[in-house]
Design a binder for this molecule. Sequence first.
Ligand code: PEP
Length: 257
Amino acid sequence: IMTRTPLIAGNWKMNLDHLQSIAFVQKLAWSLKDASHSFDDVEVAIFPPFTDLRSVQTLVSADKLELAYGAQDVSAHDSGAYTGEISGQFLAKLECAYVIIGHSERRTLHNETDEEIGAKVAAALKHGLVPVLCVGETAEDLEKFGPSAVPVAQLKAALAGVASDANLVVAYEPVWAIGSGQAATPEQAEQVCAALRAELATTLSSETAAATRILYGGSVKSGNIAGFMREPNVDGALVGGASLDLDEFSAIVRYKK
Ligand code: PEP
């Protein structure tokens, strides 16, 4: 039987410089060690700004921390005249395991299209990074099209050129729930995550759909995480604001206790 290791992912957004990231990662590592945390039960990943990644790599490798990390975006291109962009090759060299792609802030503030997001997913996979592909509807979409149509269409579009056995993570993040303090209900999250898994089975394969972790994101806190994790199609959380609060984030990771 297929089991999916839960994944708790912290998206720092544009917070914590590289010196602050060192202090934070050290404290987080102690906190998880104190709690006898095991990576086998719950995988923990953090997504600091690009400029922090080298420092995080040094800490994680020196202390053999059970902590994965990745970037918040990646270029669709390998190298060349793309001022300001960061290649997946560079992220792979820093031993990033993951990369967030298509976060709603990139879609809205940087006008990223499904096509560009698909190209970034392909670039990440090419360089051995696991994409954390974000999809989600706005409040307006929800009213117009119902709960699953927009996230499922975004998923389908982003996977157009992807191999059927691709190793990826999907994050369902309703835009109305991000940073609003108004999380979806576990039932709402389950409904969309189940629809996303069905789409993975159609677009990729049933094996890949069964193996792929689908996260919920949007105002996740220590007080609501357990409800989401009880749902059969929710395999973890993408956490924004609460990932910057050490006590909150540690408590989210320990949702079982
Ligand atoms: C996010 O931006 O990915 C997110 C889920 O943010 P928050 O937890 O702050 O709602």
